[in-house]
Design a binder for this molecule. Structure first.
Ligand SMILES: [Zn+2]
Length: 130
């Protein structure tokens, strides 16, 4: 019997960042920008894995940390590069806009990254296939 191919963590993360199925690399796993299909149409991997509807809580944490960190880093970069040529209100406004917009933009990537990490540490099991 041939052991199934198990993608490396780097491959899983690369596929996730390309918004493809982390398990098989196929595209078409999103119904819309923010809505993931139930399972991969190519390999059948179910995306809500075994822990009912709260599987993606880890994705929300990844999303929150990355998005809010991006807002702070952009404001810090603007402050460092522009110094006193930009007012505090502009920096504050830019970081507030990013704090609201970034979680929406990054949402699909955080879901896929969470799935990629989960597949790395807990490979596909019986019951994961749709
Ligand atoms: Zn797949």
């Amino acid at each position: 019997m041939i052991a199934p191919v198990r993608p490396t963590l780097g491959t899983l993360v690369r596929r996730a960042l390309l918004r493809r199925c982390p398990r098989c690399g196929a595209g078409g796993i999103w119904q819309s920008y923010l809505r993931m299909k139930h399972a991969c149409p190519t390999c059948g991997q179910v995306f809500e894995r075994g822990e009912s509807h709260d599987f993606f809580i880890g994705a929300y944490l990844i999303n929150l940390v990355v998005a809010e960190l991006a807002a702070v880093l952009v404001a810090a970069a603007m402050w460092i590069t522009l110094g006193s040529r930009v007012s505090f209100n502009v920096l504050w406004g830019a970081s507030m806009v990013l704090a609201v917009v970034m979680p929406v933009i990054f949402y699909p990537f955080s879901r896929e990254l969470w799935l990629a990490f989960d597949l790395h540490f807990r490979p596909t099991e019986a019951g994961d296939m749709g």
